[in-house]
Ligand binder design. Sequence first.
Ligand code: MLT
Ligand code: MN
Ligand code: ZN
Length: 306
Amino acid sequence: MMRIRVLGSSAGGGFPQWNCNCPNCDGLRRGTVMARARTQSSIAVSANDLDWLLVNASPDILTQIRDTPELQPARSVRDSGIAAVLLMDAQIDHVTGLLMLRERASALPLLATPEVLTELGKGFPITGILSHYCGVAPHALPTDGRSFTAPGLDGIGLQAVPLSSRPPPYSPFRGNPRPGDNIGLVLQNPSNGARVFYAPGLGEVTPELLDLMSSCAVVLVDGTFWTGDEMQRLGLSTKAAADMGHLPQSGPGGMLEQLARLPVATRKLLIHINNTNPILIEDSAERAALTRLGIEVAHDGMDIHF
Ligand code: MLT
Ligand code: MN
Ligand code: ZN
């Protein structure tokens, strides 16, 4: 059995966000809404419940590790079950936690596309900074469909899928995304063939991607926004979901329509949920709409077996 532990199910900022008084964040603080707090976007994957591949390194990583005793096997005086880190993109909410892993005794295996590794050497020079601590051992991921393996998941075939989304605001390529700026990840359990598709940042579901998602037992995809102008309507940002590389759930061509095209047997979950999204409120009409469609909302601490 393979296992995914959702460490953080929120988009950048977390839920509640430190400076946000939107109805969701304010309601959660006051205890007037039915919702769970959530930390920023990350999952951990294991095939043996001992060694883990961390997928994205959230700014909340230390809290997430404390909340997940399974990540600490305590085999020696300094130890961690986290064998390597794989990145979906170079966004702040997915990479900042790398700095918190600097006490490692050996270089941290870091799997990412050449585009992401370059951002982390230049625009947000985390790998340069870490070279003065544990250092990183970079592994450039193939984005041509070839499968690869990762430390911590020996013998498990992984595949990186270039996605249409956006590199971070600090990237010189923010306005001109390249195929390796954002990837999705396909994980396959070698014993039963079951596949999972993970994509916390997804701007467009192409026909090819829909085919790939249809071949998966589980899809765990971008749940950032319910509507394309959610942040604008609340007066929180001038940016639309599309400007940030996120496909909203509602509306024509939205994520709900895309997920409805998948086989009924495919387990469908949303992750990387922004604090403004009404699906966070467990008794909202929007959450009820998801439930009717058989779509789940990931939460921190959730286990997904496949
Ligand atoms: C995103 O997913 O669009 C980014 O993580 C936003 C951010 O930097 O907080
Ligand atoms: Mn994000
Ligand atoms: Zn908020």
